[in-house]
Ligand binder design. Structure first.
Ligand SMILES: [Zn+2]
Length: 320
């Protein structure tokens, strides 16, 4: 299976996104890049340099529906005469903006986030969501766990690996234990478990960190020898990355629990301000800080390290 990584520029802090061309019938792209003119041009040029015309792409498989990964999907599909797009049903970024729905607002307010802070973050994400075209019903198909994406010389197995987002998927080539992991496994940074409503009950939060740890264990059980991530270089030593992630998560769990005042307790918003003071007031970083605080508080609570109670509509965490 001929795999060609194509680095595509993004306007995000993280830098380039990795798109992967599987140069085999049916010609497939794993992720596509954000909807910017620059990304569209670079994608077209890099495909051409690899001997492929954008118009010949037959299938687009999305690791997840963040704008830097999925933005150009509709454009590529249209240029390539209705190439098939695959994305997991628990993703929403290709359907509507990240914080566009009422349930986000309710969940953020119950995390103690002030309304004016929520409004500010929502405004920023309204701009970010312009970096993707919305897909309509009938323009994409569902990725399902364990489903096989067939190619002329073999297949990629779909693994639902939630955590970074509810519908994040990885793709595994059993023959040489190669994994495409999207933003589930990245070489240089520990992926951020993003704040999201639960796909089954939007009034609840998705337990992103608990899900992420299960996904990491599942990937580890496959003993991958090569991982292609959504950003940065490929990973040849997953065990090293795995242990590094677990250590970082353990440390942050400790910092999170330690940050809670003994008598007054703390909301997720107060915890975010304490853990990441430099991110407060800084757009997307502020949202990432809230995501991280919420993910760690939820996980600490599920592990019996802290307790939660509702006070005036907001969740207050207390030490046990
Ligand atoms: Zn992402």
């Amino acid at each position: 299976m001929k795999i060609i990584p194509l680095a595509i520029p993004t306007p995000f802090y993280i830098g380039d996104v990795n798109v992967y061309l599987i140069k085999e019938e049916p010609l497939t792209l794993i992720d596509v890049g954000p909807k910017t003119e620059e990304a569209a041009n670079v994608l077209r040029e890099k495909l051409r340099a690899s001997g492929v015309a954008l118009e010949d792409i037959r299938r687009i498989v999305l690791t997840h529906a963040h704008e830097d990964h999925c933005g150009l999907a509709k454009q590529v599909r249209e240029a390539a005469k209705d190439a098939e797009i695959f994305v997991h049903n628990w993703e929403t970024g290709h359907l509507f903006g990240r914080l566009a729905r009422e349930e986000y607002k309710n969940l953020m307010l119950s995390a103690g986030v002030p309304l004016e802070v929520f409004d500010e973050i929502q405004k920023i994400y309204a701009d970010v969501s312009l970096l993707t075209d919305k897909l309509n019903e009938g323009e994409f198909s569902a990725l399902e766990d364990e489903m096989e994406l067939e190619f002329a010389s073999g297949s990629l197995k779909v693994l639902h690996t939630p955590g970074h987002t509810p519908g994040s998927c990885s793709f595994f080539r059993e023959a040489n234990r190669t994994l495409f992991a999207g933003d589930c496994v990245l070489k240089r940074i520990t992926p951020n478990p993003m704040f999201a409503p639960d796909p089954f009950d939007a009034a609840k939060r998705f337990k992103s960190l608990a899900e992420f740890l299960v996904s990491l264990a599942r990937i580890r059980a496959l003993a991958p020898t090569l991982i292609y991530g959504g950003h940065g270089e490929p990973i040849f030593d997953f065990d090293e990355v795995f242990h590094r992630y677990v250590r970082a998560i353990d440390e942050r769990q400790k910092d999170t629990v330690d940050s809670i005042e003994k008598t007054s307790g703390a909301s997720a918003w107060e915890t975010a301000k304490k853990l990441f003071p430099e991110a407060i007031g800084k757009g997307v970083h502020q949202f990432l800080a809230i995501s991280e605080a919420v993910a760690h508080l939820d996980y600490a609570e599920s592990q019996g390290k802290i307790a939660v109670e509702i006070k005036e509509g907001a969740e207050i965490y207390r030490k046990l």
